[in-house]
Design a protein around this ligand. Structure first.
Ligand code: FAD
Length: 408
């Protein structure tokens, strides 16, 4: 055990104060009541519900509501949190890290540094009014730019871009959404589903440009963004631009430490890296080559990493996680083999049951393989349908029965 500060207790350091870091600290405390637990976070805020950030677009952040636990919880659980403390180096051989120029030794180390939004090398990307979304401070900056904005452009039609576009349009600001792929949510929805979803988005007054790429941004004399230039030369007016084209894992500080990584840190189902005593969880980790980028997964992986860092023996089993999106006043759910990707089992007999109501922006697709209900896709999910349909997957439930759940 490490003896440099507090006697014989195990010393667990956690790098990152996001979902994975928080649940690692909580699980470590449950596993070992005596351990010394210290979290290091680059941000100046205690862990908060990052996935709820878009709720605060256009209004001031209620941090009491947003944070996961208050100061008393950390005190009660004897979890020390070092805020504004980016870890800048790790010495895996000496079992030490450096934060704010100070060395800290450990018995176990959990890496949970999460993601950073990608900003492509667009010309003009440093103009004021050009933003990405990932932090509380980032939302505050967006809100400042929105104060006098009349036209907003969101680049990227994924979960985050859609939600940002929706929240900004609700403020009465004209929004255009640019998606490089030929249609919205191409990985989640087939063409019919994507069309219904697009119609719903357009019904809210949001303009959509699919299959278009952005070349860069132009600014006014104050170096504030004024236009987005498309690759085909088209110029779109913009007082604010939100870039939401994906994330990259914060792994730079772990390079050259001997920790095995490709784009992500590779871990086994115990969230162990190849180096004894070092665990990784959340958006930076890939388990047996699988990466999710999801809140619930970061939470669960953090629990496993934290428990094991404190001497436990927990395992993370990577299930197929359904895709769920609640935005634009509708809900999109895709689960199981919903048939977006062509089945590789050509001998299987697939039956598809589709229903479209263009006026109400509703779409359902039920997929059956050799008579088994294997997947579904819903745009405009009726409340609670997910929890009713999910247990029916891989059973002989009929289309009639499932449709009666969906449509009564
Ligand atoms: C607006 C928004 C909406 C989202 N909506 C959903 C949703 O609906 N459903 C869903 O499943 N997921 C959603 N996500 C994604 C989800 O939030 C992430 O998958 C999750 O936060 C990952 O958790 P994490 O702990 O791995 O990383 P992060 O949440 O990124 O936290 C990592 C922390 O580590 C800190 N850090 C980084 N480097 C260092 C360092 N060197 N030293 C110290 N600290 C460091 C970072 O500052 C950060 O605070 C959303 C994300 C955003 C931004």
């Amino acid at each position: 055990m490490n003896n440099d500060n507090s006697g014989d207790s195990r010393r667990i350091l956690i790098i990152g104060t996001g979902a994975a870091g928080y649940s690692a600290a909580k699980a470590a405390r449950l596993q070992d009541l005596e351990a010394e637990i210290i979290m290091f976070g680059k941000e100046n805020h205690l862990p908060y519900y990052r996935l709820r950030l878009c709720e605060y677009i256009g209004k001031s952040v209620n941090y009491d509501e947003l944070r996961i636990s208050n100061e008393e919880w950390y005190e009660k659980n004897r979890i020390r949190v070092e805020l504004s403390s980016a870890v800048t180096a790790i010495d895996a051989k000496a079992r030490k890290i450096i934060a704010n120029g100070k060395e800290h030794s450990y018995d176990s180390l959990v890496l949970a540094t999460g993601s950073t939004p990608i900003m492509p090398p667009f010309k003009g990307k440093d103009l004021s009014g050009v933003h990405t979304i990932w932090t509380v401070d980032g939302i505050a900056a967006i809100n400042k730019s929105l104060l006098n904005a009349k036209k907003a452009i969101v680049i990227g039609g994924g979960l985050l871009g859609l939600e940002a576009a929706y929240r900004i349009s609700e403020m009465g600001i004209a929004v255009s959404l640019i998606e490089g792929m030929p249609r919205l949510l191409p990985k989640q929805l087939d063409e019919e589903g994507s069309e219904v979803f697009r119609d719903k988005v357009q019904s809210l007054g949001i303009s959509i440009f699919c299959g278009n790429s952005v070349e860069g941004f132009e600014g006014d004399s104050n170096r504030h963004v004024s236009h987005v230039r498309m690759a085909d030369g088209m110029l779109l007016d913009a007082d604010i631009v939100i870039v939401s084209v994906g994330v990259s894992p914060n792994v730079a500080v772990f390079r050259d430490t001997g920790i095995s990584m490709n784009r992500f840190i590779e871990v086994n189902e115990n969230m162990e890296t190849g180096i004894e005593g070092i665990y990784a969880a959340g958006d930076i980790a890939s388990v047996s080559g699988r990466w999710f980028g999801l809140w619930s997964v970061a939470n669960r992986q953090g629990q496993v990493a934290g428990a094991n860092a404190a001497g436990g023996n927990a395992a993370y089993r990577a299930d197929d996680v359904p895709y769920m999106l609640a935005t634009m006043g509708t809900r999109v759910v895709c689960s199981g083999d919903a048939g977006v990707i062509q089945p590789d089992d050509s001998k299987a007999a697939y039956t598809i049951d589709r229903k479209i109501d263009k006026e109400k922006y509703l779409y359902s697709k039920l997929v059956f393989r050799n008579g088994l209900f294997v997947g579904y896709m819903l745009v405009g999910e009726p409340a609670g349908a997910f929890s009713k349909l999910q247990p029916l997957l891989n059973t002989n439930a009929s289309a009639e029965k499932i449709n009666s759940i969906l449509y009564g």
